[in-house]
Write a protein that binds this ligand. Sequence first.
Ligand SMILES: [Fe+2]
Ligand SMILES: [Fe+2]
Length: 150
Amino acid sequence: MERTKVKEEIIKLLNQALQLEHAARIQYLAHAELVSGLNAEPIIERLKEIAEDEKKHEDIFRKLISMLDGEPTMSMAETHSAKNIQEILEVNLKDEKHAVDVYTGILKRINELKDSLPYEHLTLEHDVRHVIMDEQEHISELKILLSRTD
Ligand SMILES: [Fe+2]
Ligand SMILES: [Fe+2]
């Protein structure tokens, strides 16, 4: 595959990831404002901490897009509302799993196309893998919070 085409494909995938990160950060921050009640404080704190991680992921994806001479998107993916703590945790758990699935697909594509990305492949691979590991951590944190609200 031609190098320009490969770069274009990866830029498009990274922009999809960036849209997911925009949506995730906004969603966590909005949900954090909805949580109330006696045991809310640790959950609010955790949602805001995760939002900070999503902001770091935005920065990573923007940096990778710009490394490939692409233009980082300013748009965002769909957000999902929730009415109570239980719903908030469930909806975000589902979205985190979706993010892992999408990013794992991107990682696979980066590896398939690595011969056309001799100067970028390892940086892409390393950074996308790092983001996936963070999302997996978010999944286990949300699961712990969910078991506490049961
Ligand atoms: Fe993220
Ligand atoms: Fe996340």
